[in-house]
Design a protein around this ligand. Structure first.
Ligand SMILES: *Cc1c(COP(=O)(O)O)cnc(C)c1O
Length: 365
């Protein structure tokens, strides 16, 4: 008997999360210089982080030998002020993936179930299965969430429902009204995790205020991140807003120092730089138009997206992906999601989008 064979069956059967290929790895494999590689694979911010966040991060390095503030006071105070919530309603995560993990650790016992949609974020099944939970996956509707099917799928063992809005990897969107109506139907002892990783990219007319609903729905947890629109993916910083009882339990479960000194400082500064986020969202809007115009010209089908990425049907996803990699362009194959004909492409800077479009054109001929 080996140690590995003694690990719980639900751990041994986990498949690893498949991240976007790092630039350095493609450079090693192909000999293409890193500077000539375009990575549009992980929905990262093509502008990097706000200069104000970078400055704060650099200054915080001076404190790198000290443990961070485990209660993240300055960051929580900034978030509480921004959203008009109490500090006791906040949970800070090492990225919002951490928030999702902490939620399952806190509320899921082995044998309990989570409900989520087909083609929604890969971390939901991973976090569920890692706790010995059971996944209830409902069929997608037009590549997005079917909220009626999800409400109907909730059984006595269900403790958490995950909703990604906009969804990753398909970019689909549910209106605020649809989500609010769903919340009114969910039993009060089932936690609804509303994962809003891309909410900053929504056009004004699509916006809704889920954080304001937490007062009415004590079983709602809103998850947000500074890793996408705010550009802190490498520093890792996410957060949850929930009822104080929900947040309180999660704060007992999370690691006491899960958000680093540098990430906390950068986050406080990033939250103050609204101009940067507006610039990022505007670039995204233009880049999305640039890519979808090219898809029309190439006769390709795509899923209308509300995130900072778009999923396009290319035929043989693995083959086209290989042809893109050979040209130094990294996108994300999503066969693992059950979409082998599709590739997910993050919106880049205009010149990066041009590189991708040219490479795609070649890959398809
Ligand atoms: C990217 C993403 C996240 C969070 O990523 P972090 O880097 O951990 O904040 C969460 N949910 C969805 C749907 C995502 O696409």
């Amino acid at each position: 008997m080996s140690v590995a064979s003694r690990a719980p069956a639900h751990i041994r059967s986990l498949s690893p999360y498949q991240p976007g290929k790092p630039v350095s790895e493609l450079a090693r494999e192909t000999g293409i210089p890193e500077a000539n590689i375009v990575k549009l694979a992980s929905n990262e911010n093509p502008f990097g982080m706000s200069p104000k966040a970078r400055e704060a991060a650099a200054a915080a390095l001076e404190e790198g030998a000290r443990y961070p503030d485990g209660n993240a006071y300055a960051l929580k105070a900034a978030l509480a002020k921004k959203y008009g919530v109490d500090i006791s309603q906040l949970v800070i995560g090492n990225g919002s993936n951490d928030v999702l993990e902490i939620a399952t650790q806190t509320f899921l016992s082995p044998g309990d179930a989570t409900v989520f949609a087909q083609y929604s974020f890969a971390v939901y099944p991973l976090a569920t299965l890692a706790r010995g939970g059971r996944c209830i996956q409902t069929p997608a509707k037009h590549y997005g969430h079917d909220l009626d099917a999800m409400a109907a799928a909730i059984d006595d063992a269900t403790r958490i429902v995950f909703i990604a809005n906009p969804n990753n990897p398909t970019g689909t969107f549910l209106s605020g009204g649809e989500i609010e109506a769903f919340l009114a139907r969910v039993p009060q002892d089932v936690l609804v995790v509303l994962d809003e990783a891309y909410t900053e990219f929504l056009p004004t007319e699509k916006r809704y205020d889920a954080i304001a609903w937490v007062a009415r729905f004590p079983n709602l947890l809103v998850s947000r991140t500074l890793c996408k629109a705010y550009g802190l993916a490498g520093l890792r910083l996410g957060y949850a807003v929930a009822h104080p009882d929900v947040a309180g339990l999660m704060n007992r479960v999370r690691q006491p120092f899960n958000a680093s000194v540098v990430a906390q400082a950068a986050a406080v500064a990033a939250l103050e730089d609204g101009d940067f986020v507006r610039k990022v969202a505007e670039n995204n809007r233009q880049g999305m138009a640039q890519l979808t115009a090219a898809f029309i010209e190439l006769g390709l089908e795509w899923i209308p997206s509300f995130g900072n990425f778009v999923t396009v049907r290319v035929g043989d996803g693995a083959q086209v992906n290989r042809a893109l990699l050979d040209q130094g362009v990294i996108v994300r194959p999503i066969a693992g999601y059950g979409l082998p004909e599709w590739l997910r492409v993050s919106i880049g800077l205009p010149a990066e989008n041009v590189r991708f479009i040219a490479a795609l054109r070649r890959a398809l001929t």
